[in-house]
Design a protein around this ligand. Structure first.
Ligand SMILES: C[S@@+](CC[C@H](N)C(=O)[O-])C[C@H]1O[C@@H](n2cnc3c(N)ncnc32)[C@H](O)[C@@H]1O
Length: 241
């Protein structure tokens, strides 16, 4: 039997055209595709007709398949000699649990490769025509998660983040954005710091909303912000003004 291999492929966010040529080629050759909730569904149409498509998505904490089971499936399928694609939204190495999958594959001596993808922050800023960094007002860029594991407190380094005086991108922050905004202000960030809320980027219901840290809770309520959404905090979102 030929040796199987796992490809952890970034599908990009929302817009199916954001996958790389390499990612698409590998997807077309796959025997098995394990895909997430935020993977553009149009991409699955590129898989071989007889490819096994396995949904392993997690929507807002509802885990249909546990991470442990996903790891096992990757190992099992590769050991059957299959060409396995683990298709993930955005870039697999940014808040994508790739580290857990890579560990399982290494431990099982399964060959694997990573194909990077466009992360949601890049796609959102491209849609908003905003630069994530700027020589004028943001020489540091922080990607943070607003997601807590179970009931654990968020414990973000707010004082340090404020001190960096750069751009902060919050992934998975819909349920905690008010708390994050309040803590940034408490630690010295001006209340009128602009925030770009980027919802469902590349999808039919895409929305880009500009607000401020102090207004964020009101805007979230009024606009009914739901995942997937990103909060891009910093002066870059208003052209450094
Ligand atoms: C589990 S993380 C995965 C991030 C992904 N690996 C990436 O690089 O974009 C999921 C979070 O990414 C952000 N996200 C992913 N797709 C998005 C989209 N189409 N529009 C806005 N935010 C998105 C949201 O913050 C969402 O809660």
């Amino acid at each position: 039997m030929s040796r199987g291999k796992v490809y952890i492929v970034g599908a990009g966010p929302g817009d199916p055209e954001l996958i790389t040529l390499k990612g698409l080629r590998i997807l077309k050759e796959a025997d098995v595709v394990l895909y997430d909730n935020l993977v553009p569904k149009e991409l699955l149409g590129f898989a071989k007709e007889d490819a096994e498509l396995i949904y392993v998505g997690k929507a807002s904490g509802r885990h249909t398949v546990s991470q442990q089971r996903i790891n096992e499936l990757l190992v099992e399928k590769a050991k059957q000699g299959k060409h396995v694609v683990r298709l993930k939204g955005g870039d697999p190495l940014i808040f994508g649990r790739a580290s857990e999958e890579m560990r399982a594959l290494r431990e099982a001596s399964v060959d694997f490769e990573i194909v990077p993808g466009v992360t949601a922050a890049s796609a959102a800023c491209a849609r908003a025509k905003v630069s994530l960094t700027s020589r004028d007002c943001a020489s540091v860029l922080s990607f943070i998660t607003g997601h807590r594991r179970g009931k654990e407190p968020l414990n973000l380094p707010y004082r340090e983040l404020v001190g960096l005086d750069g751009t902060i991108v919050v992934y998975m922050g819909v349920s905690t954005c008010e708390q994050i905004a309040a803590n940034l202000v408490k630690n010295g960030m001006p209340e009128d710091t602009p925030v770009l809320v980027a919802c469902s980027i590349g999808l039919e219901n895409e929305r880009l909303i500009v607000t401020t840290l102090s207004e964020l809770p009101v805007v979230k309520e009024r606009e009914g912000i739901e995942p997937p959404a990103l909060f891009i905090i910093g002066r870059v979102t208003k052209g450094c003004s």
